[in-house]
Each structure stands twice: as structure tokens, then as C-alpha cells.
Design a protein around this ligand. Structure first.
Ligand code: GLU
Length: 304
């Protein structure tokens, strides 16, 4: 398969879509990002790299960090994490509050905001310096020690993060939040503000494509069982209320973020990352979704 050629074809085919999406302007710093950006990076398990476009430009990974948060929490606390957050698709927008009230403060899954806020609470309880240790975890996954938080983005989101604050308060009223609201929000906004390139994200997700194991030393970041469960949550809950559509049209486990990134894996084969900041009305990268659909169609690869 000539992956280089496939990526070039895709870049050409999605270029008319780059203008159709809308950048996430509810976070003022993200509203400044140029919609014409498009990058894609494929990393195969036999260590071949293929890329097109702005695959080396750092962007705000936003909710993609929820996968790393969950992996770190499960690595530390195993499945007790799921006493406080469920594993069902929500069918509601990523920042919705409604289910939380009638489901007694237990979020539907760890990849919507409420669920990730509970995971942030768990990390705050389990680690002495979770902000530092989370970055170190990502440095280990990628081998890139320059990856960092973007303080301006974190501050920008914090200034207007009323809904996330409402969620933490509501969950605290049900007893499902143990730390101080402000501390959880600060940690969560920092996790979302991490900036990475398509290539760096593909490197991090390679570990998931490799059943939780690293490259050179076969170091296990996750057990086989933990990997399977996290990949299952990516497939069923990784795309807000469009997880069904993503499984339907792309057919890979993955996770999107409102920065316009999408990371996906084909277990045993590859990790694949696309970045295009224009979002559709569900908050997923519009051209990015199409690019991944084209990729699995052209290469005849999906988990199905
Ligand atoms: N920081 C964003 C928020 O909490 C993340 C949303 C996302 O990427 O889905 O609204």
C-alpha cells in the first residue's frame, strides 16, 4: 500500500471542506487558529512514518488528553475508577449537564467533560503533583520531553469555563467529587491545553495500537485488559454524540478534541492522527472526520 500517495489524495479531496467548519470560539484563544490548517500523520507498528500538510505544527489537543488521563488513572487505581464514572455513550453533547442530575452525579463515561472532571479529581487525590506527573507520563509515551501546557489557553478557558464549573459543583453535591472545585478545574483546563503535533500524538497513540506496550523496550504502559477496555471506550464514547457516526463511517477507536485533532488506532497495525481546526456542529473536526473516512476506505482498513 502506498500510504504516502493515499495521504496526498486525501489532502486534495478534503481541501474544499476546510472552510466549512467553525473553530471552537467558546475558548477565546482557540478562536484565533487559522482554519486552513490541515495535517495528517500515520505511524505503523513497524515504525514507518507518513505525513502530509501541517503534521509538525503544535495544536491544542483538548479532549484528546482525556485518553491519557484515563490511562494514567486506570494504571494507578485499576478498575475502581469505574465506580465513579460509567462506560456508556452519552448521546448528548460533550458539555451537557442534564444526565448528571437524574443519574446522581455519575457521568456516563470518562470522555465527556463531566467524566474527565471526575478523572481529574481522582488524579488529584492519587498523585502528589499531578500536573507535573501527567506531563511526564506524556513525555514517556511520546519520547518528546518538550511537550508542555499552554498557559494562555488554560487561562483563556478558565476565564469562561462556567459550564465545567457547574458540572463539578453538581457532582460534588452528589458526593462524587472529593477535592476542591477550583483545583480540579485548574488541573482539567491544563490537561486540555497541552499542545502536540500530529506526529507526537501518533507516537503517543502507537502505545494503544500496540496493546499498551511501548516501542523499543516493550515497556507495558497498560495491561492487555486495560488497553482493551480503554479502546472500547474510545470506540463507543470517543466522539461526543457522534460516536455512532464515527464507528459507522470510519470504523476505528479514537478520540477527538475541540482543537480540531482526532487520534485513531487500528490495533496491531497503526496509529493515525489528523488535525483540521474547523469543527462540525457536534464539535468534531469536519475535514478530519472525512479524511479518516477516506483513509479507512482507500486502505481497506478498519476494525470491522
Ligand atoms: N477544554 C474543552 C472543554 O472542556 C475540551 C472539550 C473537548 O475538546 O471536547 O470544553
Amino acid at each position: 500500500m502506498d500510504y504516502e500517495q493515499v495521504l496526498q489524495e486525501i489532502q486534495l479531496e478534503v481541501s474544499p471542506l476546510l472552510n466549512d467548519g467553525k473553530v471552537a470560539d467558546y475558548i477565546p484563544e482557540l478562536a484565533k487558529i487559522d482554519k486552513s490548517n490541515f495535517g495528517m500523520h500515520l505511524l505503523t507498528l513497524d515504525e514507518q512514518n507518513f505525513a502530509v500538510g501541517q503534521s509538525q505544527v503544535k495544536f491544542s489537543i483538548q479532549s484528546i488528553s482525556k485518553v491519557f488521563m484515563l490511562a494514567m488513572a486506570v494504571g494507578e487505581c485499576q478498575y475502581s475508577v469505574f465506580d465513579r464514572v460509567n462506560v456508556e455513550p452519552s448521546g448528548d453533547p460533550f458539555n451537557s449537564l442534564v444526565q448528571l442530575e437524574y443519574e446522581s452525579g455519575i457521568p456516563r463515561n470518562p470522555f465527556i467533560n463531566s467524566g474527565a472532571l471526575v478523572i481529574a479529581d481522582i488524579l488529584l487525590s492519587e498523585f502528589s503533583n499531578p500536573k507535573k506527573e501527567f506531563l511526564q507520563y506524556i513525555h514517556r509515551l511520546t519520547g518528546v520531553s518538550s511537550i508542555d501546557y499552554n498557559e494562555t489557553v488554560a487561562t483563556s478557558e478558565k476565564a469562561l469555563g462556567y459550564k465545567n464549573a457547574a458540572m463539578v459543583n453538581l457532582m460534588k453535591s452528589f458526593g462524587n467529587i472529593h477535592n476542591e472545585v477550583e483545583d480540579i478545574l485548574d488541573l482539567y483546563f491544563h490537561f486540555c491545553s497541552i499542545e502536540m503535533t500530529c506526529e507526537e500524538l501518533a507516537r503517543a497513540f502507537r502505545v494503544f495500537a500496540n496493546h499498551g506496550r511501548g516501542v523499543v523496550d516493550s515497556y507495558s504502559y497498560l495491561s492487555e485488559s486495560q488497553f482493551k477496555r480503554i479502546a472500547a471506550i474510545m470506540l463507543t464514547c470517543g466522539f461526543y454524540d457522534e460516536a455512532g457516526e464515527f464507528a459507522f463511517s470510519v470504523g476505528l477507536p479514537g478520540k477527538s478534541g475541540v482543537g480540531g485533532g482526532i487520534a485513531a488506532i487500528l490495533p496491531n497495525k497503526y496509529s493515525l492522527v489528523v488535525w483540521s481546526p474547523g469543527l462540525n456542529n457536534k464539535g468534531n473536526s469536519l475535514a478530519g472526520m472525512k479524511a479518516l473516512e477516506l483513509f479507512t476506505t482507500k486502505t481497506h482498513t478498519s476494525i470491522f
